[in-house]
Design a protein around this ligand. Structure first.
Ligand code: FES
Length: 359
């Protein structure tokens, strides 16, 4: 029962769940942050892209990675660059607020960079050998977008489209270009539990009849299924009432698509638009979850599986905290998976095990 999951069985029918120590250990959590979170894509909590010729600072995965980065748009707006905001002299933040990017100047000792983060000049460095070098450019990061959603990564294990899996293809039939952020339907939640318990809960529909009675009436539980993808999974729920269904290219009567992208991003697709859920660990025992609603059809809000999301979240939050308390028990060791209903959870744990144990 290794808390680093080195003995996690690839066969869901034989595998045991992670031991309680996986969820209780600050050291294991730190390892997960560096090996999983720092090597994946994360949503950028910013109002779209900076205007042409401007740079905008942001923090990637606040409370988890706290990685200071910059988005910078070329003068004609045709290209977007993403790079580190930590000055290559002594690490001060270079860009503090949105600004023009023709010459980015560190306010500590005056080092300057261009719109792509490349070194331009540094006062009083005469005599420094082999200077400047490529290491004096602001370190590049990665940026990409899916409709109105923007993502960045520091050193991802996977390309952006490999990370998205089938999500982009499935969304192709939907009016993603019309989706607009609705702040009145967006919330931040924070509670005392390990972040992976929240993801575990998201990845199985087994609990829906017990924890979400209202949602359970909106979907046909018997048709609920999970499809695994290389870096995520999708759960597909048929609508109880066909008039509350999504209009997909090659599948009928779907009430909701529940995408999870490793390790902490969820994109839920409903007839009215997208509900983005971003899980942000705040240490090993506290979790923040951001809910952002991107609406393309207001007339279908509050219908079917896409209704009452605030209630569903609070029901999930409550049950996850019950698990957190139970995992402190000296008598609990580890459980098993329901192979037909929890293979999405098992897949998540397999990906974690791979990240934690690769050489
Ligand atoms: S830290 Fe930026 S110039 Fe010194």
């Amino acid at each position: 029962m290794d808390p680093n999951l080195s003995d996690h069985d690839a066969d869901v029918a034989r595998a045991a769940l992670p031991p309680a120590e996986f969820y209780r250990s600050p050291a294991v959590h730190e390892r997960v942050v560096e090996r999983a979170f720092a090597r994946a894509w994360h949503w950028i909590d910013a109002e779209g892209l900076p205007p042409a010729g401007h740079a905008r600072p942001f923090v990637l995965a606040p409370g988890t990675l706290d990685e200071p980065l910059v988005l910078s748009a070329s003068a004609d707006g045709a290209r977007v660059h993403c790079f580190s905001n930590a000055c290559t002299h002594r690490g001060a933040l270079v860009v503090r607020t949105s600004c023009k990017n023709a010459s980015l100047r560190c306010t500590y000792h005056g080092r300057r960079f261009d719109e792509q983060g490349r070194f331009v000049a540094a006062p009083h460095f005469e005599g420094a050998a082999d200077f400047p070098a490529p290491a004096d450019d602001l370190a590049p990061a990665r940026w990409n977008a899916l409709g109105p959603l923007h993502f960045a990564a520091v050193a991802p294990r996977m390309d952006f489209d490999a990370w998205l899996g089938s999500l982009r293809t499935r969304l192709a039939a939907l009016p993603l270009e019309r989706a607009e952020l609705d702040r009145s339907r967006s919330r931040d939640y924070e509670f005392d539990a390990h972040w992976a318990l929240y993801v575990d809960n998201f990845l199985e529909g087994l609990h829906v009849p017990y924890v979400h009675p209202t949602l359970n009436q909106a979907i046909d539980f018997d048709t609920y299924r999970t499809e695994l993808e290389p870096w995520g999974s999708v759960q597909i729920a048929k609508a109880s009432d066909p008039k509350d269904a999504l209009e997909l290219a090659n599948e009928r009567d779907v009430g909701g698509l529940y995408y999870w992208l490793f390790p902490c991003t969820m994109v839920n697709v409903y007839p009215w638009g997208l509900s983005l859920n971003v899980v942000q660990p705040q240490g090993h025992a506290r979790t923040r979850v951001l809910f952002r609603s991107y609406v393309w059809d207001r007339s279908r809000l509050d219908q079917g599986a896409g209704a009452g999301l605030d209630q569903v979240e609070q029901e999930d939050e409550a049950v996850v905290q019950l698990v957190q308390r139970g995992l402190r028990s000296r008598l609990y060791r580890r459980g098993r998976y329901a192979p037909q209903r929890e293979h999405g959870v098992h897949h998540f744990h397999q990906l974690l095990a791979r990240c934690l144990n690769e050489r």
